[in-house]
Design a binder for this molecule. Structure first.
Ligand SMILES: CC(C)(COP(=O)(O)OP(=O)(O)OC[C@H]1O[C@@H](n2cnc3c(N)ncnc32)[C@H](O)[C@@H]1OP(=O)(O)O)[C@@H](O)C(=O)NCCC(=O)NCCS
Length: 172
């Protein structure tokens, strides 16, 4: 079993702004580390808290496919060459009954704790918007956990309205 590469939570104080680039298959271990960290941060969530013990191994196959998929992109934000943030953007199909036919779906958004409040999410979103516009997409959507007020605040600040709520009930 390969280990998950540790992603440094400490940004380089000398770096003025995070650099953002498109992740490739060569970044798989970094992508796994950041996306598993995102799930671990939601340990108390009814859905995302049920992390499988072998999630990192399962993630490698799934995330490798996603990194190579033609209809999506994963962006990495780096400080001094160290990954501090991630955002995935998917060219997704809408309902055939509704406009628009396609939209940009934003997922897997995570910024390492020590790198937060420094504009990393804004930089990642700027790149995602550019990628989406180049593909002719004119709308972005995303889901965020209802028990994560920080995410709600950030998405409000970035102009995302709440239009749907996911409800869960166990079947006894
Ligand atoms: C939510 C998260 C991605 C924000 O990343 P970030 O790089 O700190 O965000 P930014 O610095 O770009 O901030 C963007 C805006 O969000 C708001 N914001 C972000 N963090 C905030 C905080 N702690 N308190 C209040 N507002 C906040 C601000 O309006 C901010 O703009 P401003 O700095 O110009 O005021 C990051 O906190 C994170 O990874 N959290 C854990 C995982 C998570 O919640 N992911 C999202 C799941 S949908």
């Amino acid at each position: 079993m390969r280990g998950v590469r540790k992603v440094s939570p400490t940004p380089d104080a000398q770096s003025p702004a995070p650099a953002v680039r498109v992740a490739t298959l060569a970044d798989l271990e970094t992508v796994v580390a950041l996306r598993i960290a995102l799930l671990r941060e939601h340990a108390g969530n009814r859905v995302y808290g049920r992390l499988r013990p072998d999630a990192p191994q399962r993630a490698r196959k799934l995330f490798a496919e996603q990194l190579e998929a033609p209809n999506e992109v994963t962006f990495l934000a780096e400080h001094g060459g160290r990954a501090v943030g991630i955002l995935r953007c998917i060219d997704a199909g809408g309902s055939p009954l509704l406009h628009p036919a396609r939209y940009a779906y934003v997922a897997s958004v995570y910024v390492a704790p020590a790198a937060r409040r420094a504009g990393v999410l804004r930089r990642l979103m700027h790149e995602a918007e550019g990628w989406s516009r180049e593909r002719g997409l004119r709308e972005m959507r995303l889901h965020n956990a209802a028990d994560n007020p920080l995410a709600g605040t950030a998405w409000d600040a970035l102009g995302f309205e709440v239009v749907e709520v996911l409800r869960v009930r166990a079947l006894d």
